[in-house]
Design a protein around this ligand. Structure first.
Ligand code: GLC
Length: 755
């Protein structure tokens, strides 16, 4: 439909009909299989509101959505199509590694492909919009939704957010098998006080602009059709009513003109925040802040029309919002084809296709991070990859678990997943492998608390808990297996339900029952590889100390078992890098590599001087730093060389380069990282910041030059007045394979007048 026609349609609509376009109904009003991702107590829709709403969330399925659309459009006075929205965060039915694990690939191109595959499965299932990517920066492992971020770094998050938007939307969301993206949660939801879900966010405008906003902006620049307002207050103002954040920053400064949708009930919740006296005030503050759609409550439906008639709000702001919703429907081509790509035959062909499974296996392989791999004194070889002659005992609650997807894989099914056991039986010499569960995912009491807390229908199998007698029996079997084996692969970690929304934890340790099993097994057989699952960085001190090798595999998704066995056997040489620091302990949080120096920085890790910025009882540096990850081969990176020592004068840029050599015994991939430090500026600058990445795959003995162009733009930051600027002076630059790097090269940016 032309924009002219769209405007004419808008003009033909009554005030109530325009308001109805701003209402989003939970799918549970239409389909018992709908996913409910928020408190349903807020939703009290009338039959008219239900039948006239502009969009629905939480339902999938070509047949179901076609039926709903046909009935809806028949009854709608202008036959305007419904929008179908769903959280497709890291896959619809083929589940890819959770976003934090995708961040660990340091491979935006691969991440874009996973989003495209997710879009394909969603589009043929009748879905039009996904509530992804999440662009929240997260430096707090206590917060359950760290799993849904791509980590602690602004630059990496910006790359990944743009890649996911492009994967979902392609060049245009109206294209076949594409869906509209929704960058969320605007803004700074990932910094709740105390790491406690939905808690307040206090953040200087400087830090907001410097570290937290760029990834959202990157998604908007990539063309995201929607943005979602966050639950949290930002410096005392809830995002859904934050006029400065939404109208000045988002729409004016960032130029976002798409649909702004609230989070689930976040408009109504401004009353609970103590920001609005009543529903009318919440409706007024939200619509005037530019929030176009009220997700899952009747605040807009019950109050907007009346407030226009009473003159408390203008009809113009209703028209603006309704136009943006209609325009989104038009950009998706729904006026011409209200079912878009929904097709039952295509669904059967595309969902969980071999191609998608292969991509999921590739992404899971590349997300695995090798944290430790000690040499075995007896064999003189590193413990991993596992030698095919080893007698291997796979032990732990994750050995046969198929719950390898996050709580944000809402349409994912455990039965579609490949467990470690299934993969080992398929890909390893059967006579040489044994399997034993050993213990539950958590102790029984904790499991029952979780059951009451999350969902009474959860079974003991879902929770991975056993009765006392079974616990004793499976432990005995595990210790027997450990004694017989030449090598133990312990598969441990946090249950998938212990991360995600509303799953903050004050303790980031491995569940105690699992740690106890680990200790008993290590008494029986010290040749241990520990494979760690979970949605957040965990406290791995004891595991790391007593294991000879450690793999972080996150929640790897549908092909997780295959990918992990590919890494264990050496079919794939691990290449993942940490997108988030692993704290030494929960007391270190927030811990992140790009910190400020302070006036009394440690002078190296061994500095014991008293008057230093430090803890008395733990080190400053994390157990494992951002950007860290080992390989089965050895990469040697030469010292950095610079084409020049200054930029900004006649020369606008310089080249910084290294030679990367595969000095080991097998092919591998290294992620080379560029870090820069502004040594002195009008506001203090981080001790280093990631400014470039380059993945290189080298055969044994092969070497390659890796070069980065250093420009004035890379050196820009927000000064004390919020201006994006660069300042002349000295800089340090590193090119290495982790943020934990020392020997930097110095260069200078000359005075601006020369630029
Ligand atoms: C949830 C989440 C948000 C999600 C929305 C719809 O509460 O905060 O990320 O997209 O509701 O499910």
């Amino acid at each position: 439909m032309t924009d002219k026609k769209l405007r004419e349609l808008l003009n033909d609509m009554t005030l109530e009909e325009k308001v109805n376009q701003l209402v989003q109904i939970p799918g549970s009003y239409y389909d018992k299989n709908a996913s409910v991702t928020g408190g349903i107590e807020n939703s009290r829709f009338s039959e008219t509101q239900r039948s006239q709403a502009g969009s629905i969330l939480g339902i999938t399925g070509a047949k179901t959505l076609r039926q709903i659309q046909e009935t809806y459009m028949e009854n709608h006075p202008h036959h305007i199509p419904l929008l179908f929205m769903l959280d497709v965060i890291h896959g619809l039915r083929t589940i890819f590694p959770m976003p934090l694990a995708l961040g660990a690939t340091f491979d935006p191109n691969l991440v874009e492909l996973t989003a495209q595959a997710a879009a394909r499965e969603s589009a043929v299932s009748g879905i039009h919009v996904t509530f992804a990517p999440m662009a929240d920066l997260v430096r707090d492992a206590r917060w359950g939704r760290v799993m849904e971020s791509t980590g602690e770094d602004t630059y990496l998050n910006s790359l990944m957010t743009a890649a996911m938007v492009s994967g979902f939307q392609g060049n245009h969301p109206g294209e076949p098998e594409r869906i509209a993206a929704c960058v969320k949660h605007f803004a700074a939801y990932g910094k709740p006080e105390g790491g406690r879900e939905y808690s307040n966010v206090e953040l200087s405008e400087h830090a907001l602009r410097e570290f937290y906003l760029p990834a959202y902006e990157s998604g908007i620049r990539a063309g995201s059709e929607l943005v979602m307002a966050s639950f949290n207050t930002l410096n005392g103002i809830p995002s859904s009513g934050n006029h400065w954040l939404m109208q000045k920053v988002l729409r004016k400064e960032m130029g976002f003109d798409g649909v702004l949708i609230s989070d689930w009930a976040s408009i109504e919740e401004m009353i609970h925040h103590g920001f609005c006296q009543d529903e009318k005030e919440a409706a007024k503050k939200a619509i005037e802040a530019g929030v176009d759609i009220d997700m899952a409550t009747t605040i807009y439906a019950n109050h907007l029309a009346g407030m226009v008639k009473s003159g408390e709000i203008t009809e113009a702001c209703i028209d603006e919002a309704a136009y943006r919703v209609l325009r989104l429907k038009n950009r998706l081509g729904l006026f011409e084809n209200p079912f878009k790509d929904g097709d039952e035959d295509k669904e059967k062909e595309v969902i969980l296709s071999g191609e998608h499974r292969a991509l999921a296996r590739k992404a899971a392989r590349e997300s695995v991070v090798l944290l430790k791999n000690e040499k075995d004194v007896q064999t003189g070889k590193k413990l991993l990859p596992v030698n095919s002659e080893e007698i291997v005992a796979f032990i732990g609650p994750y050995v046969q678990s198929k719950g390898l997807h996050s709580t944000w894989a809402i349409k994912g099914r455990a039965e579609d997943a490949v467990s470690i056991r299934e993969a080992a039986e398929e890909n390893m010499v059967n006579e040489n492998v044994m399997f034993a569960c050993g213990c539950g995912m958590m102790n029984r009491d904790n499991g029952m608390i979780l059951k009451r807390h999350i969902d009474e229908t959860l079974t003991e199998a879902d929770l991975g808990i056993f009765d006392e007698q079974t616990e004793k029996q499976i432990e005995r079997e595990a210790l027997e297996a450990a004694a017989k084996a030449s090598l133990v692969v312990l598969c441990l970690g946090e249950h998938r339900l212990l991360s995600g929304e509303a799953a903050s934890r004050s303790d980031i340790g491995i569940p105690m029952v699992q740690l106890e099993l680990f200790r008993k097994v290590s008494e029986v057989n010290p040749r241990i590889v520990t494979v760690i699952f979970g949605g957040r960085p965990l406290d791995l001190r004891e595991i790391s100390e007593k294991s000879m090798a450690v793999l972080e595999v996150w929640l790897p998704g549908t092909e997780g078992g295959n990918a992990i066995v590919d890494v264990l056997t050496g079919a794939y040489n691990p290449s993942g890098k940490l997108p988030v620091s692993f704290p030494y302990s929960v007391g270190q949080i927030p811990v992140h590599y790009n910190e400020y120096a302070t006036g009394r920085p440690l002078n190296g890790k061994e500095d014991i001087a008293f008057y230093r910025s430090r803890y008395l009882d733990i080190p400053n540096h994390p157990l494992y730093p951002f950007g860290y990850g080992l390989s089965y081969t050895d990469f040697v990176i030469s010292p950095v060389e610079l084409s020049r020592k200054t930029i900004g004068g006649a020369e606008k840029s310089l080249k910084a380069f290294v030679t990367v050599k595969n000095a080991g015994s097998r092919k591998g991939t290294e992620t080379v990282q560029l870090y820069i430090r502004d040594i002195a500026a009008s506001v203090v600058r981080p001790v280093k910041e990631l400014k470039g990445i380059c993945k290189v795959t080298l055969e044994q003995g092969e070497e390659q030059k890796v070069e980065f162009e250093i420009t004035e733009e890379m050196l820009q930051f927000h000064d004390a007045d919020g201006r994006l600027t660069s300042e002349p002076g000295s800089y340090l630059l590193w090119i290495d394979n982790s943020s934990d790097t020392e020997a930097g090269a110095e260069f200078a940016l000359e005075r601006k007048e020369h630029i």
